[in-house]
Design a protein around this ligand. Sequence first.
Ligand code: ADP
Ligand code: MG
Length: 241
Amino acid sequence: MAEMNATSGEHQPDRSLERMGALAGAMAHEIKNPLSTMNISLQLLMEDLEARPQVASSQVLPRIRLVCDEIRHLERILGSFLELARAPVLDLRERDPNVLVHELLNFLGPECTQETVDVRIHCDSSIGLVQFDPDLLKQALLNLLRNALQAMDGGGTLTVITTNCGANWEVQVIDTGKGIPPNVLERVFNPFFTTRRGGTGIGLAVTRSIVERHGGNIHLQSAVGQGTRFKLSFPRTVLRP
Ligand SMILES: Nc1ncnc2c1ncn2[C@@H]1O[C@H](COP(=O)(O)OP(=O)(O)O)[C@@H](O)[C@H]1O
Ligand SMILES: [Mg+2]
């Protein structure tokens, strides 16, 4: 079983994402415009070519379509990066995190059924009201839940556990999926690191950034072929930076 703590340290939050975010904001316009010009030009080119019978039966159109797919992939990566860059101010509320967990799993219910994933929820009702930004925590957990479902494409069990730890509270997302090899474990939080075809590698970077902004930390354990456990730990009261 390989494990790691993903948080960069209580007193020195990782600001590198914020710095990258500022740069990305400036670069986004520069990259976005030529990409959409390329996309439109290729669409027009395809329309022209489709009208020619000798082209329609050749490899020309599939090849152009491939380039269009790649452009769309680049646009998605750009969109996710901007999401990361935006880093809105924390909108802290006093809420019961168990309610959020139930809402999220209800929302993912149909996807779980379709993937033949069994869902187990163990909520510690003694947590009560704690401080968090509901939209951001939802995003952070959704990223973990989606990864868990993607790791169990042959079905499995998804377990979500919340725990009252006194001054802190915890939420764990556990899957019985394919697991993460030890040499990959330390890279999964890096922006753009992905092993999934069509993945953007932004999900865990966003989750880590959200957890750190709440003054929390992430612990990750994984065993290849057995599954993965993410444990997020949060203070009941969030100190504003
Ligand atoms: N629950 C999990 N089980 C197995 N691998 C995982 C899990 N969560 C994350 N990973 C690994 O971490 C990588 C990065 O995840 P993420 O940042 O969400 O990006 P993406 O989902 O776009 O690949 C994934 O490509 C995968 O290799
Ligand atoms: Mg993901």
